[in-house]
Design a protein around this ligand. Structure first.
Ligand code: HEC
Length: 178
């Protein structure tokens, strides 16, 4: 009898898990801030590395689905773009420490920003701020969702319609060479 109860609860758990994930798609997909942290993103193909900012260094990744996109096309549904934001290392004088090649040295990973695309997700965007079917989320270095002003993310990416709203679109495809 005990065995049956254990099995029943396993089935109940499975049913709930399936229902739980299905409800997300019934509701029409995630909104900004609701994306799942892509836990294994470090194994994704590199998008671009070592982007220099006055106080940061940024490394960009793209998942496998996204990496099959072709120059001149939009990214496929299921594409995930990940941007790691590292603090630049500061010297005793508070200024960034430069490497021998003149670039900022990396300190700790401060945040991880992501964009993910799914069919019809654009309708979850606030009025006038849809950027195709992309949704945004911001995380701590450990992958915990953090507060972000998503309207601001959207406003800054919105003008890049010709580049599927991706700032480094040209640089990525030019570097990849196809
Ligand atoms: C002030 C403008 C601005 C805002 C606000 C902004 N971004 Fe971006 N974003 C950029 C630029 C510029 C890049 C290209 C990398 C670089 O130069 O730092 C970028 C790159 C990215 C990328 C990598 C793909 C690409 O476009 O090249 C992701 C992912 C991303 N941003 C997510 C976010 C998220 C999430 C937010 C809000 C929490 C946000 N961005 C807010 C300007 C902005």
């Amino acid at each position: 009898m005990k065995k049956i109860t254990a099995l029943t609860s396993v089935f109940a758990f499975l049913a709930l898990t399936v229902l739980g994930s299905a409800s997300l798609s019934f509701a029409g997909g995630p909104k900004d801030g609701e994306l799942k942290f892509p836990a294994s993103y470090e194994t994704f193909p590199r998008f671009l590395s070592g982007i220099q900012k006055p106080k940061h260094v940024r490394d960009l990744f793209i998942n496998d689905t996204g990496s099959h996109s072709k120059k001149g096309e939009t990214f496929a549904n299921g594409s995930i773009l990940v941007m790691e934001i590292y603090n630049a290392k500061k010297g005793a004088d508070g200024n960034p420490v430069k490497r021998p090649d003149g670039r900022n040295a990396k300190d700790n990973l401060a945040k991880v920003y992501i964009m993910e695309k799914g069919a019809g997700w654009g309708k979850n965007a606030p009025d006038g701020l849809a950027i195709g079917d992309w949704i945004f989320s911001a995380f701590s270095a450990e992958g915990t969702p953090i507060k972000a002003n998503y309207a601001k993310c959207r406003q800054c990416h919105l003008p890049l319609k010709d580049k599927d709203f991706v700032h480094r679109y040209d640089e990525y495809f030019n570097k990849r060479g196809h």
